[in-house]
Design a protein around this ligand. Structure first.
Ligand SMILES: [Zn+2]
Length: 119
């Protein structure tokens, strides 16, 4: 996969992460004070911190999970595994990553996960 594509996705994910934190801070004053207590939006590493993540999950589960997915994708960029399916290790198509930059599963594995049990 081309490095320029990874760079582009990293930038996109970083922006998404920042916007998500801003949105959550604006929506919820508890969250805002938590972020401020941790040193502000730019330095905060909520998804890597289990206690903070639990608090955040209590405030907004959906956004908390999204933030964690974004962080996972960023750490996969840093260890060179971005764009590879977590389950089958196949490459995730660029179109899919452009649509959802934090996807960690290819379409087949994602569908298999959403429909547990018999195929
Ligand atoms: Zn897969």
């Amino acid at each position: 996969m081309a490095d320029t594509f990874i760079d582009e996705m990293e930038e996109l994910l970083t922006t998404m992460r920042k916007e998500l934190l801003e949105k959550m801070s604006d929506d919820n004053s508890d969250f805002k004070s938590m972020v401020n207590a941790m040193g502000g939006k730019d330095s905060v590493d909520i998804a890597a911190d289990d206690i903070a993540f639990k608090k955040m999950e209590a405030i907004n589960k959906h956004e908390a999970n999204r933030l964690r997915s974004i962080d996972n994708a960023l750490s996969r960029i840093h260890n060179g595994k971005y764009g590879l399916c977590l389950k089958c290790q196949k490459k995730i198509p660029e179109e899919r990553l452009r649509a959802i930059p934090y996807s960690v599963l290819c379409v087949d594995c994602k569908l298999a996960e959403e429909k547990p049990g018999r195929r």
